[in-house]
Design a protein around this ligand. Sequence first.
Ligand code: IYR
Length: 228
Amino acid sequence: MQDANTATIPLAYERLDPETQRARAQAFLQLMQKRRSVRDFSPDPVPMDLIETIIRTAGTAPSGANKQPWRFVVVTAPDLKRRIREAAEKEERENYERRFPQDWLQDLQPLGTNWQKPFLEIAPVLIVMFKIDYGLDEEGRRIKHYYVNESAGIAAGMLIAAIHNAGLVTVTHTPSPMGFLREILQRPNNEKPFLLLPVGYPAADARVPDIRKKPLSEIMLVNPGLEA
Ligand code: IYR
């Protein structure tokens, strides 16, 4: 049911037969099962039109009241990448050497990460994703945004899937704190750094941690709490 004063258009939708549905769901699963967070990058350049297509895909994400509270800042300039690396490593060094508690360091052990982030300079592209806490109209009045973290998180997932689907690799890097990204990239007050994603091709000798995803039985419940 639609409100009489809501403009609507017919849904563009074609129902698939069950066999096609299963084949497509399986094919997508197999594609996504090959995605890995990669930290060893090749410096090979990535065509900008690929990056544009990937970001357009992320921009199709649903968001609270369709406010689309995100900005994807693409960084390719070596000088900006160097400044971002230096600022990120300064914070991360502090994290690894002083701020992270022992149990956090222990949880990171299997990933083999440390404060050094050479990928921030080696990867040809950095996508710095900002969440936009509120919009501003022409008169500078605030426009409310809703469910900003949820919306940005959904768009980030779609971005990562699009990067993988395009045959590129990334890692979700969350330097902390990451206010330096706002300063270096000169973004306004309403834009908060959300994620930093180096994007490119893997190095020829790239290695990844030997980790597993939880089985379906651990992540899915059907009708729990329903009386027998
Ligand atoms: N942001 C730091 C530490 C880090 C934290 C978690 I939780 C990870 O899954 C991986 C790393 C870094 O990028 O090294």
